[in-house]
Design a protein around this ligand. Structure first.
Ligand code: FDA
Length: 393
């Protein structure tokens, strides 16, 4: 049987796209390299899959073109996906900040996607080694496991480069380049940052975590995240850092506000209230002991507050509200939850995800240069871009 569309990759975006197109009567073939589909879905959210975020909107995504994701996100919203989850009676809960997780297991999401594919009579094949992809007057041809498949449409849904151990490669980018599409240099995102130089002192605090506001990026692309930071034996992690890492570039500073909950002028006020309290002792009111002591040591401020002038305390507060770290790198694709960059949006239609100059070729999901924040936003992009494409196939 001939197919109308071949989808490469049976992950979140590929399966959802296949289901949407299949249910519209298209004959769809999904070719998945791994022995099972949806591996990242299964490991996501600690096995419970943070499948969407109620607040997901274009501002929660990074891309060289920050308008690109708008159309697809507006046409398939978190509520739309939630309705589907509810139709399958999958129990879920909201954790924090609009993040929705399964009560049970991420397996339920994969089972739901496969059921949706079955409703659309999608042919899902796993263990497929793709050896060649070509294009001629009749459309696309894909050689996999010694067979040649043909279709007028081809969808690249093979994801990003994050976690090579799970089989992630740059396949999507190579394929895109083969068809003349540009690729925005892929880089690890939602990834722990490593510290060296003067900052290594903080590595001794491995295991300590604190609520902070982390800021990274320059100008229009700067962003701030108020969540927990975690010190590790390599540097910095925790949600605030992972979020900021997507905006951080080599050579730039990462600013941490260690006092996000303290009122301005707090140190001077504390001096009035408890003049005999030590500087480190007062910091411990807002920060874990070891971190407070390290920061006090780095500021070289010891002894009781009454011995420190208001000017010195005001300067110390400024530094604590904008502590400058100089990360020397990231923990790389091995530890990155997602890949920033990817197939350039300039070459794709934001309505359909079709390549503007290669009719019939589409790209969706993480392979595209649209990267979500931590907290269910990346799956929402996979669903929304998959839906936009599935409606156009
Ligand atoms: P995805 O990676 O899901 O799928 C690509 C598929 O293509 C894979 O099945 C792969 O095997 C296949 N493939 C690759 N190369 C191929 C080839 N040459 N031929 C055929 N098939 C090939 N996001 C979120 O919103 N909430 C969360 O809770 C999490 N949690 C999370 C945890 C961990 C550990 C990671 C690594 C990532 C997350 N994410 C997340 C991110 C999320 O998993 C990711 O953004 C989506 O899975 C992207 O969906 P795609 O379908 O684009 O790629």
């Amino acid at each position: 049987m001939g197919h109308d569309a071949i989808i490469l990759g049976g992950g979140a975006a590929g399966l959802f796209c296949a289901a949407v197109a299949g249910q519209r009567g298209r004959r769809v073939l999904v070719l998945e390299k791994a022995e099972a589909v949806g591996k990242k879905i299964l490991t996501s959210g600690g096995g419970r899959c943070n499948f969407t975020n109620l607040g997901a909107g274009p501002d929660n995504y990074l891309s060289a073109n920050r308008h690109f994701a708008k159309s697809a996100l507006a046409r398939y919203t978190p509520r739309d996906f939630l309705d589907l989850v509810d139709r399958y009676a999958i129990a879920w809960h909201e954790k924090t900040l609009g993040q929705l997780f399964c009560d049970g297991s991420a397996r339920q999401i994969v089972a739901m996607l496969l059921e949706e594919c079955a409703k659309g009579a999608v042919d899902v094949r796993v263990g497929q080694e793709i050896t060649r992809v070509g294009r001629d007057d009749e459309g696309f041809s894909v050689e996999a496991n010694g067979e040649t498949h043909r279709a007028p449409s081809l969808v690249i849904a093979t994801g990003g480069q994050s976690i090579p151990k799970m089989g992630a490669t740059g396949f999507a980018y190579d394929l895109a380049r083969q068809f003349g599409l540009k690729v925005v240099e892929p880089r690890p995102a939602l990834v722990p940052l490593t510290l060296g130089g003067e900052d290594v002192l903080f590595r001794e605090l491995s295991g300590v975590s604190a609520p902070v506001e982390a800021q990274a990026g320059q100008g229009k692309t700067a962003a701030k995240f108020r969540e927990a930071a975690l010190l590790t034996h390599k540097g910095l992690s925790g949600p605030a850092i992972l979020q900021a890492s997507s905006y951080w570039r080599h050579g730039e500073v990462l600013r941490i506000d260690f006092l996000p909950d303290a009122p301005r002028g707090w140190l001077i006020a504390r001096k009035g209230e408890t003049p005999k309290a030590s500087f480190a002792g007062v910091l411990r009111e807002h920060l874990p002991e070891r971190l407070a002591d390290t920061l006090a040591g780095r500021l070289k401020l010891e002894g009781p507050l009454q011995g420190l002038s208001d000017k010195v305390l005001a300067r110390a507060e400024d530094r604590l509200r904008g502590w400058q770290f100089h990360p020397n790198g990231t923990e790389g694709f091995a530890k990155a939850e997602v890949t920033a960059g990817g197939i350039s949006t300039t070459d794709l239609s934001s309505q359909t995800m079709e390549a503007k100059r290669v009719p019939g070729l589409f790209a969706i999901g993480e392979a595209v240069d649209v990267t979500g924040w931590l907290g269910g936003y990346n799956f929402q992009w996979a669903w929304a871009s998959g839906h936009a494409c599935g409606q156009a196939l």
